[in-house]
Design a protein around this ligand. Sequence first.
Ligand code: SAH
Length: 266
Amino acid sequence: MINTSQIGKVYLVGAGPGNPELLTLKAVRLLQEAEVVIYDRLIGKEILEFADSNAELIFVGKASGHHTLPQPKINTLLIQKAKENKRVVRLKGGDPFIFGRGGEEALACQEEGIPFEVVPGVTAATAVGAYTGIPLTHRGTSHLVTFITGHSAKGKLPNLQWDLLAKSTHTLVFYMGLSTLPLIAKELMFHGSPPDTPTAVVQEGSLRGQKTVVGTLANITEQVGQQQLHPPVLIIVGEVVKFREWMHWFEEQSSYEMPESPTLIA
Ligand code: SAH
Protein backbone atom coordinates (compact mmCIF):
# COMPACT_ATOMS: atom_id res chain seq x y z
CA MET A 1 0.00 0.00 0.00
CA ILE A 2 1.32 3.43 -0.89
CA ASN A 3 0.94 5.99 1.86
CA THR A 4 -0.47 8.90 -0.16
CA SER A 5 0.41 11.41 2.54
CA GLN A 6 4.05 10.73 1.69
CA ILE A 7 3.81 11.28 -2.02
CA GLY A 8 3.43 14.49 -3.89
CA LYS A 9 1.08 15.24 -6.71
CA VAL A 10 1.45 15.69 -10.43
CA TYR A 11 -0.40 18.49 -12.21
CA LEU A 12 -0.61 18.07 -15.97
CA VAL A 13 -1.00 21.71 -16.90
CA GLY A 14 -1.81 23.21 -20.29
CA ALA A 15 0.20 26.38 -20.90
CA GLY A 16 -1.68 27.56 -23.98
CA PRO A 17 -0.06 28.64 -27.25
CA GLY A 18 2.89 30.45 -25.68
CA ASN A 19 1.35 33.87 -25.01
CA PRO A 20 1.54 34.32 -21.21
CA GLU A 21 -1.78 36.19 -21.18
CA LEU A 22 -3.51 33.03 -22.35
CA LEU A 23 -2.50 31.02 -19.29
CA THR A 24 -5.36 30.11 -17.00
CA LEU A 25 -5.45 31.46 -13.44
CA LYS A 26 -5.12 27.89 -12.23
CA ALA A 27 -1.99 27.32 -14.33
CA VAL A 28 -0.39 30.44 -12.84
CA ARG A 29 -1.29 29.47 -9.28
CA LEU A 30 0.06 25.94 -9.72
CA LEU A 31 3.27 27.27 -11.26
CA GLN A 32 3.74 29.58 -8.28
CA GLU A 33 3.23 26.68 -5.89
CA ALA A 34 5.26 24.06 -7.75
CA GLU A 35 8.47 22.59 -6.35
CA VAL A 36 9.33 20.97 -9.65
CA VAL A 37 8.36 22.20 -13.12
CA ILE A 38 8.92 19.77 -15.98
CA TYR A 39 8.39 21.58 -19.26
CA ASP A 40 8.88 20.98 -22.91
CA ARG A 41 9.14 22.87 -26.15
CA LEU A 42 6.68 25.68 -26.88
CA ILE A 43 6.97 26.99 -23.33
CA GLY A 44 8.45 30.47 -23.30
CA LYS A 45 10.63 32.02 -20.65
CA GLU A 46 7.90 34.52 -19.73
CA ILE A 47 5.67 31.66 -18.66
CA LEU A 48 8.37 29.96 -16.61
CA GLU A 49 8.90 33.22 -14.76
CA PHE A 50 5.68 32.53 -12.86
CA ALA A 51 7.44 29.64 -11.13
CA ASP A 52 8.98 30.15 -7.72
CA SER A 53 12.68 31.04 -7.89
CA ASN A 54 13.46 27.98 -5.74
CA ALA A 55 11.56 25.60 -7.97
CA GLU A 56 13.52 23.02 -9.88
CA LEU A 57 12.97 23.59 -13.61
CA ILE A 58 13.55 20.60 -15.84
CA PHE A 59 13.46 20.88 -19.63
CA VAL A 60 12.53 17.64 -21.39
CA GLY A 61 11.94 18.76 -24.95
CA LYS A 62 14.05 19.93 -27.86
CA ALA A 63 13.37 21.76 -31.08
CA SER A 64 11.33 19.83 -33.61
CA GLY A 65 13.36 17.44 -35.68
CA HIS A 66 15.63 16.68 -32.73
CA HIS A 67 15.24 14.05 -30.08
CA THR A 68 13.12 14.71 -27.06
CA LEU A 69 13.48 12.86 -23.80
CA PRO A 70 11.64 9.64 -24.60
CA GLN A 71 8.13 9.55 -23.20
CA PRO A 72 8.78 6.61 -20.83
CA LYS A 73 11.64 8.59 -19.27
CA ILE A 74 9.41 11.62 -18.79
CA ASN A 75 6.81 9.39 -17.13
CA THR A 76 9.49 7.94 -14.85
CA LEU A 77 10.72 11.42 -13.95
CA LEU A 78 7.21 12.58 -13.02
CA ILE A 79 6.70 9.55 -10.83
CA GLN A 80 10.12 9.78 -9.22
CA LYS A 81 9.62 13.44 -8.28
CA ALA A 82 6.12 12.77 -6.92
CA LYS A 83 7.50 9.90 -4.83
CA GLU A 84 10.01 12.38 -3.39
CA ASN A 85 6.89 14.10 -2.03
CA LYS A 86 7.15 17.02 -4.47
CA ARG A 87 4.42 19.13 -6.02
CA VAL A 88 5.15 18.59 -9.67
CA VAL A 89 3.84 20.73 -12.51
CA ARG A 90 4.17 19.07 -15.88
CA LEU A 91 3.80 22.07 -18.15
CA LYS A 92 2.73 21.35 -21.69
CA GLY A 93 2.03 23.57 -24.68
CA GLY A 94 -1.63 24.17 -25.50
CA ASP A 95 -3.92 21.62 -23.93
CA PRO A 96 -2.41 18.50 -22.33
CA PHE A 97 -5.01 16.22 -23.89
CA ILE A 98 -4.74 17.50 -27.46
CA PHE A 99 -1.73 15.97 -29.20
CA GLY A 100 0.12 16.53 -25.96
CA ARG A 101 0.61 12.96 -24.68
CA GLY A 102 -1.03 14.10 -21.45
CA GLY A 103 -3.11 10.93 -21.50
CA GLU A 104 -0.01 8.76 -21.36
CA GLU A 105 1.35 10.71 -18.41
CA ALA A 106 -1.98 10.54 -16.58
CA LEU A 107 -2.08 6.77 -17.10
CA ALA A 108 1.50 6.40 -15.88
CA CYS A 109 0.59 8.28 -12.68
CA GLN A 110 -2.57 6.27 -12.24
CA GLU A 111 -0.67 2.99 -12.58
CA GLU A 112 1.76 4.05 -9.86
CA GLY A 113 -0.93 5.36 -7.53
CA ILE A 114 0.31 8.94 -7.86
CA PRO A 115 -2.43 11.54 -7.39
CA PHE A 116 -2.78 13.86 -10.36
CA GLU A 117 -4.91 16.63 -11.81
CA VAL A 118 -5.30 17.75 -15.40
CA VAL A 119 -5.57 21.47 -16.12
CA PRO A 120 -6.87 22.37 -19.57
CA GLY A 121 -5.11 24.98 -21.66
CA VAL A 122 -5.98 27.03 -24.72
CA THR A 123 -5.18 24.70 -27.57
CA ALA A 124 -3.36 25.99 -30.65
CA ALA A 125 -6.44 25.60 -32.84
CA THR A 126 -8.64 27.95 -30.84
CA ALA A 127 -5.80 30.38 -30.16
CA VAL A 128 -4.86 30.55 -33.82
CA GLY A 129 -8.49 30.86 -34.91
CA ALA A 130 -9.00 33.80 -32.56
CA TYR A 131 -5.73 35.58 -33.34
CA THR A 132 -6.00 35.21 -37.10
CA GLY A 133 -9.70 36.07 -37.33
CA ILE A 134 -10.78 32.64 -38.53
CA PRO A 135 -13.83 31.30 -36.66
CA LEU A 136 -13.40 27.53 -36.69
CA THR A 137 -17.16 27.09 -36.92
CA HIS A 138 -19.58 29.58 -38.41
CA ARG A 139 -23.32 29.23 -38.79
CA GLY A 140 -24.16 28.42 -42.37
CA THR A 141 -20.54 27.79 -43.37
CA SER A 142 -19.04 25.14 -41.12
CA HIS A 143 -20.74 23.18 -38.39
CA LEU A 144 -17.94 20.76 -37.70
CA VAL A 145 -14.26 21.06 -36.94
CA THR A 146 -11.70 18.27 -36.87
CA PHE A 147 -8.31 18.43 -35.16
CA ILE A 148 -5.79 16.27 -36.99
CA THR A 149 -2.11 15.53 -36.55
CA GLY A 150 -0.11 16.08 -39.72
CA HIS A 151 2.70 13.95 -38.38
CA SER A 152 2.69 10.30 -37.41
CA ALA A 153 5.11 8.81 -34.91
CA LYS A 154 7.39 7.93 -37.82
CA GLY A 155 7.45 11.50 -39.09
CA LYS A 156 5.24 10.71 -42.05
CA LEU A 157 1.64 11.55 -42.83
CA PRO A 158 -0.64 9.57 -40.55
CA ASN A 159 -3.04 7.05 -41.99
CA LEU A 160 -6.24 9.02 -42.26
CA GLN A 161 -9.56 8.51 -43.97
CA TRP A 162 -8.75 11.15 -46.54
CA ASP A 163 -11.91 10.47 -48.53
CA LEU A 164 -14.04 11.42 -45.53
CA LEU A 165 -11.98 14.50 -44.73
CA ALA A 166 -11.91 15.67 -48.34
CA LYS A 167 -15.58 15.27 -49.07
CA SER A 168 -16.79 17.10 -46.03
CA THR A 169 -17.52 20.79 -45.97
CA HIS A 170 -16.18 21.34 -42.51
CA THR A 171 -13.07 22.87 -41.01
CA LEU A 172 -9.87 20.83 -40.83
CA VAL A 173 -7.14 21.88 -38.44
CA PHE A 174 -3.75 20.20 -38.83
CA TYR A 175 -1.25 20.31 -36.00
CA MET A 176 2.42 19.53 -36.71
CA GLY A 177 1.87 19.68 -40.45
CA LEU A 178 4.48 22.09 -41.77
CA SER A 179 6.77 19.46 -43.26
CA THR A 180 3.87 17.38 -44.57
CA LEU A 181 1.87 20.32 -45.97
CA PRO A 182 2.49 19.37 -49.62
CA LEU A 183 1.28 15.84 -48.93
CA ILE A 184 -1.77 17.04 -46.98
CA ALA A 185 -2.83 19.34 -49.82
CA LYS A 186 -2.19 16.62 -52.38
CA GLU A 187 -4.16 13.95 -50.52
CA LEU A 188 -7.12 16.25 -49.95
CA MET A 189 -7.29 17.28 -53.61
CA PHE A 190 -6.75 13.70 -54.76
CA HIS A 191 -9.71 12.60 -52.65
CA GLY A 192 -12.01 15.32 -53.92
CA SER A 193 -11.40 18.63 -52.11
CA PRO A 194 -11.74 21.49 -54.59
CA PRO A 195 -8.30 22.95 -55.39
CA ASP A 196 -9.62 26.41 -54.53
CA THR A 197 -10.51 25.42 -50.93
CA PRO A 198 -9.29 28.31 -48.75
CA THR A 199 -6.29 27.32 -46.63
CA ALA A 200 -4.35 29.23 -43.99
CA VAL A 201 -0.97 28.39 -42.53
CA VAL A 202 -0.18 30.21 -39.31
CA GLN A 203 3.18 30.46 -37.60
CA GLU A 204 3.51 31.31 -33.89
CA GLY A 205 -0.16 32.06 -33.35
CA SER A 206 -0.90 34.67 -30.65
CA LEU A 207 2.79 35.56 -30.40
CA ARG A 208 4.70 38.48 -31.78
CA GLY A 209 6.14 36.23 -34.47
CA GLN A 210 2.66 35.42 -35.77
CA LYS A 211 2.60 35.18 -39.53
CA THR A 212 -0.37 34.07 -41.57
CA VAL A 213 -0.22 32.84 -45.14
CA VAL A 214 -3.55 32.45 -46.89
CA GLY A 215 -4.02 30.62 -50.15
CA THR A 216 -5.82 27.65 -51.61
CA LEU A 217 -5.08 23.95 -51.42
CA ALA A 218 -3.62 24.25 -54.91
CA ASN A 219 -1.16 27.06 -54.20
CA ILE A 220 -0.56 27.03 -50.43
CA THR A 221 2.64 24.97 -50.59
CA GLU A 222 4.26 27.41 -52.97
CA GLN A 223 3.07 30.42 -50.93
CA VAL A 224 4.42 28.97 -47.71
CA GLY A 225 7.72 28.14 -49.42
CA GLN A 226 8.14 31.79 -50.37
CA GLN A 227 7.50 32.97 -46.80
CA GLN A 228 9.92 30.50 -45.17
CA LEU A 229 7.74 29.77 -42.15
CA HIS A 230 9.15 27.93 -39.16
CA PRO A 231 7.43 25.80 -36.50
CA PRO A 232 5.17 25.94 -34.59
CA VAL A 233 2.74 26.14 -37.46
CA LEU A 234 -0.94 25.30 -37.66
CA ILE A 235 -2.88 24.66 -40.87
CA ILE A 236 -6.57 25.51 -41.25
CA VAL A 237 -8.46 24.24 -44.28
CA GLY A 238 -12.03 25.24 -45.09
CA GLU A 239 -14.40 27.99 -46.17
CA VAL A 240 -14.15 29.68 -42.75
CA VAL A 241 -10.65 30.86 -43.72
CA LYS A 242 -12.34 33.48 -45.92
CA PHE A 243 -13.69 35.31 -42.86
CA ARG A 244 -10.18 36.41 -42.00
CA GLU A 245 -10.54 39.16 -44.56
CA TRP A 246 -13.07 40.87 -42.27
CA MET A 247 -12.12 39.54 -38.87
CA HIS A 248 -8.35 39.84 -38.62
CA TRP A 249 -7.23 42.18 -35.86
CA PHE A 250 -4.02 40.99 -34.25
CA GLU A 251 -1.26 41.41 -36.78
CA GLU A 252 -2.06 45.12 -37.25
CA GLN A 253 -1.65 45.93 -33.58
CA SER A 254 1.71 47.66 -33.73
CA SER A 255 1.29 48.94 -30.18
CA TYR A 256 0.58 45.50 -28.80
CA GLU A 257 2.89 45.11 -25.85
CA MET A 258 4.06 41.60 -25.48
CA PRO A 259 7.40 39.97 -24.96
CA GLU A 260 9.35 38.66 -27.88
CA SER A 261 9.29 34.90 -28.10
CA PRO A 262 12.91 33.96 -28.67
CA THR A 263 12.60 31.22 -26.11
CA LEU A 264 9.92 29.39 -28.07
CA ILE A 265 11.75 26.19 -28.68
CA ALA A 266 9.87 24.55 -31.56
N1 SAH B 1 -0.98 20.24 -26.95
C1 SAH B 1 -0.75 21.28 -27.93
C2 SAH B 1 -0.29 20.71 -29.25
C3 SAH B 1 1.06 20.05 -29.20
S1 SAH B 1 1.59 19.50 -30.76
C4 SAH B 1 -2.01 22.12 -28.09
O1 SAH B 1 -3.05 21.78 -27.55
O2 SAH B 1 -1.94 23.15 -28.75
C5 SAH B 1 2.57 20.88 -31.33
C6 SAH B 1 1.88 21.56 -32.47
O3 SAH B 1 0.89 22.46 -31.99
C7 SAH B 1 2.78 22.42 -33.32
O4 SAH B 1 3.50 21.65 -34.26
C8 SAH B 1 1.77 23.31 -33.99
O5 SAH B 1 1.08 22.64 -35.02
C9 SAH B 1 0.78 23.55 -32.86
N2 SAH B 1 1.04 24.79 -32.14
C10 SAH B 1 1.33 24.92 -30.84
N3 SAH B 1 1.47 26.22 -30.50
C11 SAH B 1 1.25 26.93 -31.63
C12 SAH B 1 1.25 28.31 -31.92
N4 SAH B 1 1.48 29.24 -31.00
N5 SAH B 1 0.99 28.68 -33.21
C13 SAH B 1 0.74 27.77 -34.17
N6 SAH B 1 0.72 26.43 -33.93
C14 SAH B 1 0.97 26.03 -32.68
